[in-house]
Design a protein around this ligand. Sequence first.
Ligand SMILES: [Zn+2]
Length: 271
Amino acid sequence: MKLFIAIDLEGITGVVSERDTDREGPAAKAAREHMRADLDAVLEGCVAAGADEVVVCDAHADGRNLDVADLPPRAVLVGGSPTPYSMLQGIARGYDGALFVGYHARAGTAAAVLEHTWNYKVFAATLGDLEVGEFGLGALLAGHFGVPAVYLSGDDKAAAEAEALVPGIVTTVVKTGITRLAAVLLSPDDARVRIRDDVERALRADDKPAPLAWNGKALRLTFTRVEFCDVAEGCPGVRRLDGRTLEIPGVDFEEVYRGFLACVRLSELKD
Ligand SMILES: [Zn+2]
């Protein structure tokens, strides 16, 4: 069994503040230790279920949050940035499942710990009447390659978002959001037992979810401010719909996803 893991930081056990997700400082260091411990629990579940190959993408910020030291045998780490597929770098045909670890809810979700979509400049991303965040975009890219999204860990809002989009996905709720910057946090010991057991259950299930299919709609990307759209509309092939919204077409979801990444990266040119 060959598995792909995308691991973010905002939905990791114990993480609740932007001090945790920053690059520097004691809170940031502790958060990376929690990230590593959650990953170890996921890997234990993968091995218990019979995985013989696991690719882990360090999907937060610059992709330099995890140390390759102590990575168990049969796992490889995709670290660093930029990469063509960003949070999903390494995804391809031939995986038996994609696992989303430490994920958070999409931009605009109430009582969701550190909610956002890719950066703090994106207001919303929609495909027709389907609004998507980082989980949805990742699950659709995995689906493009025929890989089902089988597992997510994060706060209760991220879990609800995943279950709404991918019925049958197994989730582990490691915290319950009170506000964007406050949550009821599970103890790390409890969280890791649940993560390990839930991952094993997800991978052993006979009725795994099907790969998520794209609905064929162009992606509408709305920024929080007009000036982000002003730079992102330079991306070839996109159409500007109004002050803050671009429409990003594609012949398939891989092309839509790459167009989305290009626009988001262009928006980083403006503070
Ligand atoms: Zn994220």
